[in-house]
Design a protein around this ligand. Structure first.
Ligand code: URA
Length: 237
């Protein structure tokens, strides 16, 4: 059981005092009923509540998929573009939701965001070999030799060993489906450059077992449940 003001605080509605004020101002409903007692106790699991008419379900951790549009930076302090965090509701930001790895400002597609630090670690640890699948648009036509080079491994100047694509398939003259397991700065762009080509567009289609949900338009986000995160079961073992 959890006191309502503490429960609201855990869900990103402000400090304990701010949450108490919300409840006392009759701005909170729990399971459809107005509740103005900040210390009222509720079992948090699966609890639905509303703040100012907006409905929420209690979540110990949040996991969301964002379809990142081009022209957004994965930073809380963006330099040249708006931040991806500006696309999420305030309550998610206040509970400390972070991007799982970063995409470049011009890269589009699947970005996972969560406040579960262990999950971030499990997804980004180089030892876990989580597959990231990208559709890569190239400046020059891709030939078989370039595909072979990417699969065999390319030397990047700050990497001690050659970096190989886990999979690489030519979709057409200037489009590749490329899977990598590392998560390094500009990795795909640097790999393509090392293979003698150049990335013109980059779109992430999947992370681990999770594909970009087809109905999710650019700039929109959706909740993910634990069973959609193929990794989640593994990483807590
Ligand atoms: N590789 C890149 O070069 N950029 C990205 O945004 C992701 C992978």
């Amino acid at each position: 059981m959890m006191e309502l003001e503490r429960l609201l605080r855990s869900q990103g509605f402000g400090s304990r005092a701010e949450c108490r004020a919300l409840v006392c101002a009759q701005r909170v409903r729990v399971r459809g009923q107005l509740c103005d007692e900040p210390l009222a106790q509720f079992e948090p699991d699966g609890l639905t509540f509303a703040v100012d008419g907006e409905s929420w379900t209690y979540r110990k951790f949040v996991y969301v998929a964002l379809n990142k549009p081009a022209g957004y930076e994965c930073s809380h302090r963006p330099q040249h573009h708006p931040s991806v965090y500006s696309l999420l509701p305030q309550a998610l930001l206040r509970r400390g939701v972070q991007a799982v790895g970063r995409l470049d400002a011009d890269t589009t597609g699947l970005l996972l965001m969560t406040d579960d630090g262990q999950f971030v670690h499990a997804c980004t640890s180089p030892r876990k070999l989580v597959a990231k699948v990208y559709e890569v648009g190239t400046r020059h036509p891709v030939d078989d030799a370039q595909v072979a080079v990417l699969l065999n491994g390319v030397c990047l100047h700050d990497e001690p060993t050659a970096v190989a694509a886990a999979a690489c398939e030519r979709l057409d003259d200037r489009r590749l489906l490329l899977t990598v397991t590392l998560g390094k700065y500009h990795l795909v762009k640097r790999m393509l450059a090392a293979a003698g080509n150049r990335v013109e567009s980059l779109h992430r289609l999947a992370i681990g077992g999770l594909a970009l949900p087809p109905g999710l338009s650019p700039g929109h986000w959706m909740w993910l449940e634990a069973d959609q995160l193929g990794l989640r079961q593994d990483f807590r073992r």
